[in-house]
Design a protein around this ligand. Sequence first.
Ligand SMILES: Nc1ncnc2c1ncn2[C@@H]1O[C@H](COP(=O)(O)OP(=O)(O)O)[C@@H](O)[C@H]1O
Ligand SMILES: [Mg+2]
Length: 231
Amino acid sequence: MTALLQMEGVRKTYATGAIEVEALRGVDLAIDEGDFVAIVGPSGSGKSTLMHIIGCLDVPTAGRYALGGEDVSHMSEAQLADVRNRRIGFVFQQFNLLTSMTAQRNVELPLMYAGISRADRAERAREALERVGLGDRVHHRPGELSGGQQQRVSVARALVTNPTVILADEPTGNLDSVSTRDVLALFHELHAAGRTIVLITHEAEVAAEAHRVVRIIDGLLTEDEPEQVAS
Ligand SMILES: Nc1ncnc2c1ncn2[C@@H]1O[C@H](COP(=O)(O)OP(=O)(O)O)[C@@H](O)[C@H]1O
Ligand SMILES: [Mg+2]
């Protein structure tokens, strides 16, 4: 049995001038299809580094990482970009929407990279926006939307390609409590529909929403809390 996402002995060292930082110091992690996992840890513990590797934005310095049975640890930039586009939907704390484009165009972007035709892109983007409750905001630009709505646009952008995994780094970090509930409810809905969700956060209340909690401290994972491990 291979997990959807499997890491063994993953290390990441950043070299900045004479100083080396070991951001990940031997991480073993297996996530199954359909899991809803929160990765929690304090600032500087290595969460974003781990997210970049999970999301194929970066490769480990040492160790092995396989996603959907494909070993991605030694892939080139172009190969990684292809895996990312096929398998990962990203949600970031800062939304990362293009401010000059409408919600629909923002959601269409990953489909453009995937070479989908204009008409199909428009239709799928509108469907994704309806899915996140923004069917009446498709022509709004980010500046004309609230923070919570902007994050819902970025969730629509994450799911429009039908990714294997939705990977969110501090997705509620810039939201008020109402919008936080809103976005978390959306993740629950996507999980119930069969998506695998990996949510990275430093907020305990947000982590409590997941079915499984993994803690990262100083570049190392600690055991999941047994009572929160999904059966
Ligand atoms: N690009 C980088 N170059 C050098 N050091 C980095 C880089 N990114 C992160 N680090 C260092 O690696 C450690 C983990 O950082 P990060 O993964 O961003 O943690 P978190 O997301 O939990 O706050 C920190 O000590 C940070 O300073
Ligand atoms: Mg971070």
